[in-house]
Design a binder for this molecule. Sequence first.
Ligand SMILES: Cc1cc2nc3c(=O)[nH]c(=O)nc-3n(C[C@H](O)[C@H](O)[C@H](O)COP(=O)(O)OP(=O)(O)OC[C@H]3O[C@@H](n4cnc5c(N)ncnc54)[C@H](O)[C@@H]3O)c2cc1C
Length: 377
Amino acid sequence: MTTRVLVLGAGFGGLELTTMLSEALGDDVDVTLIDKNDSFVFGYSKLDVMFGRTTPDAVRLAYGDIAKPGVRFLRQTITAIDPETRRVTTDGGVHEADVLVVALGADYDMAATPGLAEGGNEFYSVDGAERLGELLPTFSQGRAIVGVCGAPFKCPPAPSEAALLLDDYLSARDVRGDCEISFVLPLGSPVPPSPDTSHALLAAFAERYITFIPGLPVSSLDPARRVAVLGDGSEMPYDLFLGVPKHRAPDVVVASGMTTDGYVPVNPKTLETRFPGVYAVGDVATIGVPKAGVFAEGAARVVAASLIADMRRGEQPGAYDGLGSCYIEFGAGRVGRVDVDFLSGPKPTGTFHEPSDALVAEKQHFGSSRRASWFGR
Ligand SMILES: Cc1cc2nc3c(=O)[nH]c(=O)nc-3n(C[C@H](O)[C@H](O)[C@H](O)COP(=O)(O)OP(=O)(O)OC[C@H]3O[C@@H](n4cnc5c(N)ncnc54)[C@H](O)[C@@H]3O)c2cc1C
């Protein structure tokens, strides 16, 4: 009988997993991929939308374009997951699986930061980035804060990029001299596993008169007074707040009983959960790696290779390695890279690569190669 693989979530993890299964097994596998959205958007495209470098329509990759042997995509909202029986309920029906892969990412918890929804603007969703894309042209003077409300959050370098790109954006409009930019981060440095990357970012902040406040989250906003309250109770006035909300696993995952301390614990080598035949990959899982697409993708590859080995009676793949490379926008069109290794040593390490033209091209290839392999575009 053909193995039924049910993949919940068509983000970095779900897309990579289904692509690998289809390429290796074609019609010999029965893969159902479910997502509530009609399209995928790369995380970094949200920064491009926010700063008016592109439009939301231009960065949406439609799931309708997925045409892969053995894979069917269903646009449905998952309402319940039973990991014991591998039964999943959606607004379209009930699905049963031999293998269940949970790749539902992390959601944003706006309510966890009082005042954020009313007085701030998050830029971590497409809608939030789009709203800011409309608001930013009206900001020409005053105090801007890029503020992170809690850790862990997706793509640790992204808020640093936002601060640098805001400087670019305001400079291009010739209003930078009338604006202040501060950047509040709960981490002790911009990219903790790589001191070299952090130093390069700190130098970029200093060059651009961006005030960096490390080690504190933004705990709340008081929209009436236009004040951000930080983790130590100190207050910072603002005219524009660009926020990264607190993250949490989607409610449906928490309700399934799979989570501990907010996310799904897995065997970091195999991505297996404690439920037989059930895996979790990407931002929804706790593995000890950051919440980023490259790590979701790497974890998905290990699960796919293991399933392919099972079905082909081949050799099992090696353990998940926790390696990943992130591109970092330094502003003025410059792109650097940090290669991080989270699992092989006693503590995470990172290697910094200075911004270069080659890395600008590499980042473009990162997007275009995935567009091609996931969407055939
Ligand atoms: C501004 C920004 C910049 C970023 N830059 C980078 C970068 O340069 N490099 C990088 O590697 N990462 C980057 N990231 C992080 C990256 O986008 C995420 O870490 C990555 O998408 C996680 O992949 P995932 O498969 O775990 O989850 P996701 O890609 O989030 O996919 C989860 C999917 O599950 C679906 N879903 C959730 N709940 C339900 C439900 N109930 N029913 C049906 N479907 C549901 C969602 O619609 C979503 O499509 C960035 C993120 C942001 C916000």
